[in-house]
Ligand binder design. Structure first.
Ligand SMILES: NC(=O)c1ccc[n+]([C@@H]2O[C@H](COP(=O)([O-])OP(=O)(O)OC[C@H]3O[C@@H](n4cnc5c(N)ncnc54)[C@H](O)[C@@H]3O)[C@@H](O)[C@H]2O)c1
Length: 282
């Protein structure tokens, strides 16, 4: 892992939900390499263990917690353990999130004949409980960790929260109405929190990744033979830089957002998308 540039997070306590996921793990490792003490809260025990032991073997400080971000009691328990091990939270990264296949339509646009086609998942077939699950994971899964950890951050110097929004928050992406709505809520919530916490010294900003090939979106972007789906090709044709992002390309923004030198940067959502959101397609 190469740290793109140095910022002073030495001995800061970072709590990162989803910190052993594809995007979260590069953030965890980089912040640890810069001297932060990193507490990773996620669901996948193996992935957590792998990232935590990699950090600790390299001389950093990390601890893993198997915690559902929707479980307040488990979050409180983790908070107590983190405080005992590392101290109270300085930087909270709300990285846990994701889509659900049952909240995804088969096609971009409805055709009348597909309303009764059992092979098609139209808008009318979307499973409300999956939509609810998705909203909970992305929105409540950001709200609850913030309620639990921000209490300790209030009144500190340069405390900072980073939420993870998405391209679909600016304009909804086809097929994924619920995920788009939930991430739009994250961008909106980022602005709300930035105002609410302004006088207690917690800055709140968000990163909106464009398209990164990860386990979560692989089914939408890759065919079984490994070739790109039509959707992936469409994305690439709408991305001026003509490629998917690499997780490491989120790091520059993450580091400048958490650094003290960004102390007047508050309530913004930064697209990291190879120009996707700037391009009109013509
Ligand atoms: N991959 C992309 O292109 C992309 C684009 C925009 C936004 N995002 C967002 O970035 C974030 C990370 O995505 P990723 O692609 O690295 O996904 P990932 O699946 O690799 O990682 C998700 C992480 O969240 C954790 N998690 C999931 N549900 C949880 C729960 N209930 N409680 C605690 N932890 C939970 C998982 O254990 C994992 O560590 C997500 O919020 C995602 O919505 C991803």
């Amino acid at each position: 892992m190469t740290v793109p540039f140095k910022v002073d997070v030495k001995d800061k306590v970072v709590v990162i939900t989803g910190g052993s996921g594809i995007l979260g793990s590069v953030m965890s490792k980089t912040l640890a390499e810069l001297g932060a003490k990193v507490a990773i809260l996620a669901l996948d025990e193996n992935a957590n263990e792998k990232v935590v032991s990699e950090i600790n073997r390299a001389g950093g400080h990390a601890a893993g917690f198997i915690v559902d971000v929707l479980n307040r009691e488990a979050l409180e328990k983790a908070r107590a353990e983190i405080t005992k091990t590392f101290g109270t939270c300085d930087i909270l990264i709300n990285g846990a999130g994701g889509n659900h296949p049952k909240a995804t339509t088969t096609d971009e646009k409805l055709k009348v004949e597909n309303i009764t086609n059992e092979l098609e998942q139209t808008f009318f077939d979307l499973d409300p409980s999956s939509v609810e699950w998705l909203f909970k994971l992305n929105f409540i899964g950001t709200l609850l960790p913030t309620q639990v950890f921000a209490q300790d951050m209030a009144g500190k110097t340069n405390a900072s929260i980073i939420n993870i929004s998405s391209m679909n928050a600016f304009r909804p992406l086809t097929k994924i109405p619920a995920y788009s709505g939930a991430k739009a809520a994250i961008s909106n919530f980022t602005q709300w929190l930035s105002t609410y916490f302004a006088e207690v010294g917690i800055r709140v900003n968000a990163i909106a990744p464009g398209f990164f090939l990860t386990a979560q979106n692989e089914a939408l972007l890759k065919n079984e033979d490994g070739s790109y789906t039509k959707r992936a090709e469409k994305i690439l044709s709408q991305t001026p830089q003509g490629r998917f992002g690499e997780p490491e390309e989120l790091l520059g923004t993450l580091l400048w957002l958490v650094d003290q030198s960004s102390s007047f940067v508050n309530g913004i959502v930064v697209p990291i998308d190879g120009g996707f959101s700037a391009y009109s397609g013509v």
